[in-house]
Design a protein around this ligand. Sequence first.
Ligand code: KMH
Ligand code: ZN
Length: 278
Amino acid sequence: MTGTLITVAPTGAEVDKASVPALPVTLDELVAAAKECESVGASVVHVHIRDDHARPTLDLARLRDTVAALRESTSLIVQLSTGGAVTDPEDARLAVLEAAPEMASCTMGTVNFGEDVFLNRWEFIVELHTRMQERGVVPEYEIFDLGQLSTLERLLDRHGLPAGGHVHVDLVMGVPGGMPGTAEALVACTTAMRNLPAGTTFSATGIGRATLPVLLASLAAGGHLRVGMEDTVTYAKGQPVESNAQLVARAAAIARLAQRPPLTPTEARALLGVPARP
Ligand code: KMH
Ligand code: ZN
């Protein structure tokens, strides 16, 4: 077993800056957070951006500036979200790829999302997967429920392997409407993943109070980790998260205890099939 890939998801589309002032929403805040997270063990940054009013946006010029700034200031693998917010239309989500990230998320199905619906039709999934293949963008397949792993199996069977040839899955657990953030659900996913290509890797993240159980279960099952304020804004009961780096540092410490120290961005690129930086 190798070391641990730690992805940080610093912002997301759902958390409100007014209620959580530590949330990075400007480009400067995002770059500062990314640098801090890299210094304590992150190797991938999963990026959602906000507009001048701290509302989620998929504005292409801003996305391009964000990719450029993160590449200039960090060695992290830059992974743009194509999930966006639940209100984002499909064409804007597809257009995210035009910002030329090294990686992008690609969700494997529709899921209830609290009071909302996160819509991912089969035809949309195929379009996203195919465009990523054409552009050499390495996907992270986001899985919110067990059946979405069967959708991924069907996608790869019918439309081929992703850019880079390596399949990496991220289990997003504990969304109200998706699979629960439990060790049992994670083990069920690892069983289903046996049908995916040999060498498939996975990371997992638990929303809110599922953060620690999912982190521990993922390490125990040989998986990797995603943490960040997109997924949780509470460090412990009654204790707000101070920064994304605080969450990454905790994940890195637990990974070291598990004898699976954090991968560097260079090692992460080799694992995920993301080309080395020139
Ligand atoms: N914000 C969620 C609706 C992704 O980034 O690809 C979707 C999401 C998944 O966060
Ligand atoms: Zn996201």
